[in-house]
Design a binder for this molecule. Structure first.
Ligand code: A2P
Length: 273
């Protein structure tokens, strides 16, 4: 099965989950979630801004898997952070999901007002409306500020990370503060070319695994929580079929060497959305 990581507050998270960014609300997402749960996933990562929380909730309810066995993450959107509407936004997310708690609630981006939002999230955590709280797209300087102003630390920082942009500086900073790291766009993102890189394709031959499986394995061996996204049943199954092999140190280094130094996503220090 999928390994778990025990986060700093003692809550356990499956190290591999299904991402649903860019999935429309409706049958596509419901099916992806059902397919993932049938394949053994027990962790779904959504966000209010993805607009598909209702379908995530429906997919989980339509599966045979009890709610408490699934780790569900959602995120507080920028406008709600700026307007100081944490509690209202959280209740709207719960309502859309059709759930009475979420496992992990994240500040989506470090936009103006995040400090107040964090205080409000600590309140939700203390009231046990969420099992854990964390942040996303925080740079080391944001994490430092957060730890200066609050005695409750985020359990995770969910950041862009893939072989082409491993984000090692933020990763080491977070880990040195006992904050676990989750990787978004772990396969290089929608429309990316990472999975076609000949150096990666070369590695697949040795293991009889696909480029996506090699990359997911690389994340797991780095100790990162990884949430690859797919709407295709065959790929959803493929992406969790990574527990029967491991990359050698030399091959981990070969994947490390794919670092191009450039993000595919937005720069967290310049958010204009
Ligand atoms: P699709 O949903 O059409 O399968 P990310 O890095 O953000 O998780 O993005 C992964 C991208 O790669 C998605 O666009 C997804 O598209 C695609 N993808 C996911 N799994 C696989 C796979 N096993 N093989 C090839 N492409 C994949």
């Amino acid at each position: 099965g999928v390994p778990h990581i025990v986060m700093s507050n003692g809550v356990s998270i499956p190290q591999l989950g299904l991402g649903v960014f860019r999935n429309p609300d409706g049958d596509t997402t419901v099916s992806a979630v059902r397919e993932a749960l049938a394949a053994g996933y027990r962790h779904i990562d959504t966000a209010m801004i993805y607009g598909n929380e209702a379908s995530v909730g429906r997919g989980i309810r339509e599966s045979e898997v009890p709610r408490r066995e699934v780790f569900v993450t959602t995120k507080l959107w920028n406008d709600d952070i700026r307007q100081g509407r944490t509690r209202e936004a959280f209740l709207r997310s719960l309502d859309a999901l059709g759930m009475d708690y979420v496992d992990l609630y994240l500040i989506h981006w470090p936009v103006e007002g995040w400090q107040k939002a964090w205080e409000d999230m600590v309140g939700l955590y203390e009231e046990r409306r969420v099992r854990a709280i964390g942040v996303s797209n925080f740079q080391p300087h944001h994490l430092s500020e957060l730890m200066d102003i609050s005695s409750t630390r985020p359990v995770v920082d969910q950041i862009e990370s893939s072989p082409q942009f491993p984000n090692n500086d933020t990763m080491s900073f977070a880990r040195s503060r006992r904050i676990d790291v989750e990787a978004w766009s772990p396969l290089g993102g929608t429309g990316g070319t990472l999975l076609e890189d000949p150096r990666l394709v070369d590695l697949t031959k040795r293991y009889g695994k696909s480029p996506a499986q090699i990359v997911i394995r690389w994340h797991l061996q780095r100790g990162v929580i990884v949430i690859p996204k797919s709407t295709h049943p065959q790929r959803i199954r493929e992406n969790i079929d990574v527990m029967d092999f491991s990359l050698t140190q030399a091959d981990m280094a070969a994947v490390d060497a794919l670092d191009s130094g450039s993000r595919v996503g937005p720069d967290p220090d310049h958010i204009d959305f």
